[in-house]
Write a protein that binds this ligand. Structure first.
Ligand SMILES: Nc1ncnc2c1ncn2[C@@H]1O[C@H](COP(=O)(O)OP(=O)(O)OP(=O)(O)O)[C@@H](O)[C@H]1O
Length: 648
């Protein structure tokens, strides 16, 4: 893994005062970019003090889009992306400070749709995308690149795919964010579009822009209501080395921080404002935490924006922050705070990492090792050939060949051997040669020929050569062992990789299962609450019914007493005014009807009918319960049915 710690690069851009602002007589008397193009001075008239802020670059009101692109060295950043490093460029600042102008550079019509025109104002996104494709064109021919793009917006803390209009419906809950094994968050089910040319990539960017949510408020007539991230994902396959490198370039236009009193936002716009400020608050928390203490817990997960920018801020990417400033004094507080956060961001370190596919990385190292071993083997073989050739030569030629061999680019140990060999050869020439019997062959070479090496010296040389061959063979064996060790470690890593993948899959499934259980539990909890409410309602009804019953009882006893009184008073009347002997009536307790001595009712049919209807509440029902009890029974059974219980 190639590793180099690098700071987040931070630049500041101060936009010009807009014609509308000039008309209103608004001025900038407090923020002054310095001529060194690296710092700006902020004035505090209340305390008569001023403060200098230093950045990697400072762009004043007169800076053009072209100048910005050139001075930001985005060509170099793009080169890093092509080499396999991730990179992020993001704009930060209050609403109306020029973030969208810096990134897109397009004008917007009254319907808040971009007017796509390629002129000198085009922003960093089109320029950077072009630079990326140019860089790819210039890269080595054996490397094959594939590029694809995605474009998302985070609106009201939901993620939407700007390249998938079907998903941009008003009540859409947005896309889910997931976490992968490389400690990165990613958006699930995003539309990915392959791009073969700069024009293709740009046309996807432009069509995404048309789907972006924009609105107008007091400060900015074309205000972005969401944070948008345009990503270009690269994969480079080196056909010779078989190596795969992947990387990502993220171009981020953040929504601006807003003061509702100044924007005059209400209703939906106010909700948008709150969500924008919440996400930016988390971003500031992340920046402050990282700037103050790299070891502390960083609250990336507190917002979708910071989760997705995790690797860009304090992670494994190259990162460039463009802090935008609207110069007029009205926005002084926001500008001052933006500069403070920009300073903090500038002290955060990232560790950009080249994203080489782990398998291809091992293969690449093994291939390199094999190449080196082959080279050594070739050298050893050529030495062997040389030595055996030398052994067959006359002494003079042996000497000159050994001298030649010393000049070869061999390992020092071999050169030392050759040197020893030559020295011993020289030594042997200073001794009297051992008489060697003249053979026919020696006679044919003539008398002027040098003496060949003595048997003793030759056997010594041979012994040395054999020793050297053995050593070389041992080295060769060792290298082979190392090679097979590397191969087996590669296999282990591959097996481990498969195991991790299956573990990951298992974890994913478990997470999904837990999510389902959680959802069920929430639903169950809602159900229980409903049952509890109904039970409460049932109790109240039972209580009311009991009250009613009580009242009814009182009422009926009063009726009985009233009937008795009526009857008594009637009897009194009968006694007082009838000349006939008084009739004796008994009182039927069930019916409350007076009966005569024959046991018949003393009432006329009309009286009877009246009494029956008057005493309706005392009727017995078919199941032997009183009418009141039956009403109660029916109410309770209806309630039980609602609650899903059996009849009480
Ligand atoms: N460098 C510049 N030169 C000329 N005009 C600019 C420049 N920067 C910004 N503007 C203009 O200022 C206005 C506000 O800029 P812009 O919409 O880019 O702000 P913003 O920071 O993206 O705001 P928001 O956060 O509300 O989306 C626009 O009309 C834009 O054209």
């Amino acid at each position: 893994m190639e590793e180099n710690r690098t700071r987040i690069e931070v630049v500041v851009r101060v936009r010009p005062i807009l014609p509308e602002e000039s008309r209103q007589g608004l001025i900038n008397s407090r923020i002054q970019p310095e001529t060194d193009k690296k710092s700006l001075v902020v004035k505090f008239p209340e305390s008569k003090q001023q403060k200098r802020f230093k950045f990697d670059d400072v762009f004043d009101e007169s800076s053009t889009q072209e100048e910005l692109f050139a001075r930001l060295k985005l060509n170099s950043l793009v080169k890093k992306v092509v080499e396999g490093f991730n990179a992020t460029v993001f704009t930060y600042g209050p609403t109306g400070s020029g973030k969208t102008f810096t990134m897109e550079g397009y004008e917007y019509d009254k319907g808040l749709k971009p007017i796509i025109k390629e002129n000198e104002n085009i922003g960093l996104v089109p320029r950077t995308v072009k630079a990326l494709f140019d860089e790819i064109k210039q890269s080595e021919s054996q490397v094959e690149y594939t590029v694809n793009c995605t474009y998302i917006q985070i609106y009201n803390e939901n993620i939407y795919d700007l390249l998938n209009p079907a998903q941009l419906t008003p009540n859409s809950p947005g896309l889910k964010m997931r976490w992968n094994k490389s400690d990165e968050f990613y958006v699930e089910n995003l539309c990915i579009f392959p791009c073969f040319t700069y024009q293709e990539a740009l046309s996807h960017f432009n069509s995404g822009l048309r789907n972006k949510i924009m609105a107008s408020h007091n400060i900015n007539s074309t205000s972005s209501r969401s944070h948008s991230i345009f990503s270009l994902n690269l994969e480079a396959l080196d056909k010779e080395e078989g190596r795969i490198v992947s990387s990502r370039l993220q171009l981020v236009d953040l929504a601006g921080s807003e003061k509702t009193a100044m924007t005059g936002n209400e209703g939906l716009a106010l909700k948008e404002s709150i969500e924008i400020n919440k996400a930016l608050f988390t971003l500031r928390q992340v920046i402050t935490t990282l700037a103050e203490n790299n070891e502390a817990f960083v609250p990336y997960r507190n917002s979708k924006l910071t989760s997705l920018l995790k690797q860009s801020i304090g992670g494994n990417s190259y990162c460039l922050m463009i802090a935008c400033i609207s110069p007029i004094d009205t926005f002084f507080e926001d500008n001052h705070s933006t500069l403070n956060y920009a300073i903090q961001a500038g002290s955060i370190s990232n560790i950009p990492v080249q994203n080489i596919d782990p398998k291809t990385k091992i293969i690449r190292e093994l291939k390199k090792e094999i190449k080196r071993l082959k080279k050594e083997l070739d050298q050893a073989n050529s030495q062997l050939d040389f030595l055996s050739e030398i052994a067959s030569l006359d002494r003079k030629t042996q000497k000159s060949r050994l001298q030649e061999m010393e000049k070869l680019p061999l390992k020092s140990v071999h050169i030392k051997r050759i040197r020893d060999l030559r020295k011993s050869l020289e030594l042997s020439t200073s001794f009297e040669p051992t008489p060697v019997p003249h053979t026919a062959a020696s006679q044919s070479r003539g008398k002027t020929e040098d003496f060949p090496l003595s048997q003793e010296v030759l056997s010594e040389k041979l012994y040395d050569s054999v020793k050297m061959i053995r050593e070389l063979m041992a080295i060769n064996k060792k290298l082979k062992e190392q090679n097979s060790e590397l191969l087996s470690s590669k296999k282990n890593i591959e097996a481990e990789f498969i195991e991790i993948q299956s573990e990951n899959q298992e974890l994913k499934e478990k997470t999904e299962m837990l999510e389902t259980i959680l959802r069920d539990q929430v639903e169950q909890a809602n159900g229980i609450k409903e049952v509890e409410n109904l039970q409460k309602e049932k109790k109240e009804l039972e209580w009311k019914i009991a009250q009613l019953e009580k009242e009814n009882k009182n009422h009926s006893s009063m009726q009985v007493r009233k009937s008795e009184w009526d009857w008594k008073s009637k009897r009194t009347v009968l006694r007082d005014h009838s000349a006939k002997p008084p009739k004796v009536f008994t009182f039927d307790r069930n019916e409350g009807t007076p009966i005569n001595s024959n046991g018949r009712s003393s009432l006329t049919p009309r009286e009877k009918q009246f009494r029956t209807s008057f005493n309706f509440h005392k009727r017995n029902t078919s199941n032997g319960l009183s009418f009141d009890s039956q009403v109660k029974q029916e109410a309770l059974s209806a309630l039980s049915n609602i609650l899903g219980y059996k009849q009480l």
